[in-house]
Ligand binder design. Structure first.
Ligand SMILES: [Zn+2]
Length: 359
């Protein structure tokens, strides 16, 4: 299968670090995906963010911030419905601002915070950044979230998330090119970093596409945000079929794991090698955590195509496959391909299901 994804050529790159925001989130799997597989009802995930540095201009961006450390101070409607109610259980050690400063990044060198979207596990606490750091959001976000809490008693974000700093809304017209089915905005106008309009999960949901190497065999990191919540929504696929022997084994150890042991737990056993395990959960009334579940599933389909490219590392915010494989900030992620992160992480999600090994 040849890919239809054409990324415009460029000699420009950005330096990318994957930030472990120290947020750990425990939640019922069915909030996001269906069907239930092998009795697994909950999952635990981190919330990855990214530091992006554009050397020619010296501009630095952070893409997402994880959960704010003092999450009990989230807007009351969100705290009460999602955390106080016990639906989400959180553990947060640090704000991203602390992680940056502890590692020698002065906060006044951060040009902007980009929010992939406005859910509590991504917005962090922008008030921990100086007022010179602007806040960049996707199309339609200001109209949907402002005014914020407590001015608006039902607001899902805090007034302090916005106050005293420039708010920049990427306009629809700025997504003026197309990459792999997504509309794209060339952020630095040199092909080093694109914001992608990835609709469906929430209003103004954006991903990032960073060129990590440009030597003719270019590599990219796709910051997938919440397009998917489990790697089993992306894999297996026609482009990334489940191999007969999975190495390294998702269960660890040196013995390869036979792919056929997953046939029995796959919701569509007749196509267990080429069809993902999960889809976005939509209840019988058509309700879903996704703002537009049909569009969101289209966005997942496009991401599968990126996932099938060996020069693109798809890293979504809650990708537990990455844990223990990737090197995080202050280290850089640009060398991910030579380090083999994609192959090492690809099938790790299968260990979420304790399947009786057939050997
Ligand atoms: Zn999220």
């Amino acid at each position: 299968m040849t890919s239809s994804i054409i990324i415009p050529p460029s000699t420009s790159t950005v330096d990318v670090s994957i930030i472990d925001t120290t947020s750990t989130i425990h939640f019922p799997t069915s909030i996001f995906v269906a069907p239930e597989i092998n009795g697994v009802k909950s999952q635990t995930a981190k919330s990855y963010a990214f530091l992006i540095e554009h050397k020619p201009t010296g501009r630095r961006l952070v893409f997402d911030l994880g959960v704010r450390k003092d999450y009990q101070n989230l807007a009351k409607p969100i705290y009460d419905s999602l955390i106080g109610s016990g639906v989400f259980t959180l553990d947060v050690q640090k704000n991203v601002a602390d992680i940056l400063t502890e590692n020698g990044v002065e906060l006044d060198t951060i040009d902007a915070i980009i929010w992939s979207h406005t859910h509590f596990d991504h917005v962090g606490d922008p008030s921990t950044f100086p007022s010179s750091t602007s806040l960049i959001v996707g199309p339609g976000v200001p109209a949907s979230v402002l005014p914020a809490y407590p001015i608006n008693p039902s607001g899902e974000l805090l007034d302090s998330d916005f106050s005293g700093r420039p708010l920049v809304e990427i306009q629809r017209a700025q997504f003026d090119t197309t990459i792999g089915g997504y509309k794209a905005h060339d952020f630095f106008h040199d092909g080093s970093f694109y914001l992608l309009d990835v609709p469906g999960h929430s209003i103004g949901h954006m991903c990032g596409l960073a060129r990590t190497i440009s030597d003719g065999k270019d590599t990219f990191i796709l910051m997938g945000a919440d397009t998917v919540h489990h790697a089993g929504q992306l894999r297996p696929s026609h482009g990334v079929p489940l191999p007969e022997q999975i190495a390294p084994s998702p269960y660890g150890g040196s013995i390869a794991c036979p792919g056929e042991i997953f046939e029995a737990i796959h919701p569509a056993p007749e196509k267990y090698r080429t069809s993902p395990f999960y889809r976005i959960n939509v209840d019988e009334n058509g309700r879903s955590v996704a703002n537009d579940p049909v569009e969101a599933e289209h966005s997942v389909d496009h991401m599968k195509e990126f996932d099938a490219l060996d020069n693109v590392l798809v890293a979504f915010a809650h990708d537990s496959c990455l844990e223990g494989v990737v090197e995080t900030f202050p280290l850089k992620a640009n060398g991910w391909k030579a380090a083999g992160w994609k192959e090492l992480s690809r099938w790790r999600f299968l260990s979420d299901w304790k399947v009786e090994a057939s050997h």
